[in-house]
Design a binder for this molecule. Sequence first.
Ligand code: CMC
Length: 431
Amino acid sequence: MKLADNKATLSFSNGTPSMELPVYQGNIGPDVIDIRKLYGQTGMFTYDPGFLSTASCQSAITYIDGDKGELLYRGYPIEQLATQCDFLETCHLLLYGDLPDAQKKTDFTKRVTMHTMVNEQMQFFLRGFRRDAHPMAVLTGLVGALSAFYHDSTDINNPEHREIAAIRLIAKMPTLVAMAYKYGVGQPYMYPRNDLSYAGNFLRMMFGTPCEDYQVNPVLERALDRIFILHADHEQNASTSTVRLCGSSGTNPFAAIAAGVACLWGPAHGGANEAALNMLGDIQKNGGVEKIGEFIKQAKDKNSGVKLMGFGHRVYKNYDPRAKLMQETCKEVLQEMGLENDPLFKLAMALEKIALEDDYFVQRKLYPNVDFYSGIVQRAIGIPVNLFTGIFSLARTVGWIAQLNEMISDPEYKIGRPRQLFTGSPPPPRP
Ligand code: CMC
């Protein structure tokens, strides 16, 4: 870490001696004040629930400028990756730090596709679930169970284990997500086809059956690939921080990623695209565009418990760059599927326009996030609403594993152990 020229001084009003704190500079973005010695020197902790002002690690993977609405993976703007690269190239970039040349891409693709099948026993494990279980409940279980099947890659401190676990997770997630879907609808599982692209293979495992050949639609394949790229990493969000914290105990990579899947499920995080689509469906049922005003009123009322799902972000205080790319994809997919007049898309555009002109949203810098349009795209592809977060987990797996591996390779890494401000009962007075 690079020391900044200045230092921070912490002073107290009660006579406790002041303390100088080093300041470090990142390559871009805000500087950080190093408080590691604070407790040792003052006996005090800092208080920052929700990590509003706390950098929990140093990282060289993803950078977000929330005010500009900029997202970079290893220095590459998301717009460039989404329009000029495919998902496996993006995986290579996130994992190893460089975009692969033709040879490296062939080698990497081969490595991933060699691991797309899952142990045959997995289907018996899957059968233990109720058919109507939420796919995220199933997926959390399936990903966690990988550690029971792949004992030879569970030592997080062994770089070779970490590498093979990374490849296995990226390769097997589409298979697991498709299995969870097929199980729910009672259709036979489709084995992966390694001559197809990553997204094409996933589409076939989802929508193909053994009864007939499945032709991959290139527009849907590209759309899904873009969804994967846009969701591949997003620096220290809740699920990534969960993976880091879970992995910091030395647990195996499969268990750490299962923790990420569980965290992503929540509606404030990965579950937001499901929630956004459900919200649009409810508005549509209750009168459509005419009722937007009434809905916006509720979303602004703190007591209503209603939020405009797919709007707002902890980091972006500008238009989420992924939302723009997703809106483009949304138009392409709807056109391909003959759904140009899709009422939910029209409703989403109208809702977005009204919210972007409303003082409440303007003042709080609440803009559409990636989830606002991704539900409409996925629904048009034929993906059921309750599988949306599963698709997000599939895409985010590479980010989780890249961040986990970065943490384990960091010589400064320690088990994560936040402290607390205790507000419970003090011990009873001694008699
Ligand atoms: N609708 C209505 N009001 C909102 C919304 C919203 N979607 N989002 C934030 N606000 C209000 C919030 O009530 C608060 O108002 P006030 O200052 O008057 O108390 C203000 O805006 C600031 O919001 P916050 O809740 O303090 O912001 P946060 O950083 O803690 O929360 C968020 C960020 C994403 C959880 C929140 O904006 C939200 O719940 N959005 C809807 C869910 C959603 O779309 N989530 C997907 C996030 S993007 C995908 C991902 O990266 O996982």
